[in-house]
Design a protein around this ligand. Structure first.
Ligand SMILES: Cc1cc2nc3c(=O)[nH]c(=O)nc-3n(C[C@H](O)[C@H](O)[C@H](O)COP(=O)(O)OP(=O)(O)OC[C@H]3O[C@@H](n4cnc5c(N)ncnc54)[C@H](O)[C@@H]3O)c2cc1C
Length: 239
């Protein structure tokens, strides 16, 4: 089978190549190589496998999960460094998977605590922060509802002292992006519903769910060659 760029399945950093000449062991037996064992790569591998293809995932780091990772040593309890909310629990497959596999899942608490320096905010500060946040949400809602594909930073109003906190909350904290880097239209179309937590960590849950996928760790794809009759992925350590 010849490979063209159009047949490459691209998703995040994950993409598939076939036929594949990585290491002799893979070349003889593998239809598809997926690069990266993050959520996209594992999802791609599973979907390809369901089509009857043999799949091998190669992962540069020493673990599965990419940005879904639970650290266990930092605080002595599982701590999700990246993804931590199981969004839209009503229809999130990780919720049913977790329940079926003995993980402790629960609705993320609604109440949050605001700190100013090393003390809890006063009532006035809470009010000022929520006013600022509401103003930002209203502005993004107004633009998003009209389908405006413009950066949130363009509509979030200047609320003075609370600007940076509002930017952090609406951006890095909720969207993993600064308000300059996500669109009101995308924000508006993101799912609503309930967010859940996993006590053992979303990363632990994700890694558990990927146990059945064949992943070679500590193997970084260095070059992908498109010429000739196939595609070559050259990893380190070299074959
Ligand atoms: C701080 C933070 C909080 C977040 N919170 C949430 C949340 O609460 N809920 C939620 O659903 N989402 C959340 N997200 C988003 C979510 O984590 C990501 O959308 C998702 O994990 C991305 O998956 P991915 O597979 O596309 O990429 P990644 O997770 O980045 O995976 C890419 C993988 O490819 C590997 N790789 C890269 N290059 C190579 C190479 N050349 N060769 C081999 N391997 C390679 C990397 O090592 C990595 O493991 C958050 C993200 C961040 C950063």
């Amino acid at each position: 089978m010849r490979m063209s760029r159009r047949t490459v399945l691209a998703s995040g950093t994950a993409f598939a190549t076939a036929p594949l000449y990585v290491r002799p062991a893979f070349a003889a037996t593998t239809d598809i190589i997926v690069i990266g064992a993050g959520a996209a790569g594992i999802g791609a591998a599973r979907a390809l496998r369901a089509k009857g293809l043999s799949v091998q995932v190669i992962e540069a780091s020493g673990r599965i999960g990419g940005r879904v990772f639970s650290a266990t040593t930092t605080f002595g309890v599982p701590y999700d460094v990246g993804a931590h909310w199981l969004h839209y629990a009503e229809d999130n497959p990780f919720v049913s998977y977790g329940k079926d596999n003995g993980f402790d899942l629960y609705a993320a608490p609604e109440d949050q605590v605001l700190y100013v320096g090393n003390r809890e905010a006063t009532d006035d500060e809470y009010d000022a922060f929520y006013d600022s946040l509401s103003a930002a949400n209203r502005a993004m809602l107004k633009a998003g509802r009209k389908g405006k594909d413009i950066a949130a930073a363009e509509v979030i109003p200047d609320t003075g002292d609370w600007n940076m906190s509002t930017s952090f909350y609406t951006g890095a904290y909720e969207m993993a992006k600064d308000p300059a880097d996500f669109s009101c239209a995308d924000w508006y179309s993101s799912e609503d519903g309930t967010d859940w937590y996993c006590r053992e960590g979303f990363g632990a849950l994700f890694a558990h769910s990927a146990r059945d996928v064949s992943v070679t760790l500590n193997t970084q794809a260095k070059t992908i060659r498109w010429g000739g009759t196939g595609v070559q992925v050259r990893p380190t350590p070299a074959p």
